[in-house]
Design a protein around this ligand. Sequence first.
Ligand SMILES: [Zn+2]
Ligand SMILES: [Zn+2]
Length: 142
Amino acid sequence: MPEEPMAEELDESPYPNVTVCPRCGGQMEELAVEGVALERCRSCRGLWFDAGELEKVLALSPQPAIDEKRRARSPMEESGPKLQCPRCGGQLIKMHHLRNPQVTLDGCMVCYGTWLDAGDLAELQSPRWLDRARDLLQGIFG
Ligand SMILES: [Zn+2]
Ligand SMILES: [Zn+2]
């Protein structure tokens, strides 16, 4: 019986580790959440998720509080130049998450990583509009 290769446990990403924040250029630090390794910016507290990691983290419930409160953003951040992918150097594209279309995130079409600004993850984890929709329906149908 052949031995199982151990390499599967290793990070086989062809891209270098994320060390520089795509938003503010700050230093990224590694953050482990329930076995998922994320990167968080020490300065602006934004979070980087590699392909599939965001879905993994969103599937965990209840959530460890890894996200910061939403902070005020400058118009530069909302409509400024496109960010560069901190993982592969590709261009990040603004998109909306199906779970909460009010949240704008920056996704990479090359390595499928996702950038979330501080507060966006919390918004995705407990979308307030869902609660509002539920209240509204209960108001109508009792
Ligand atoms: Zn930053
Ligand atoms: Zn990328």
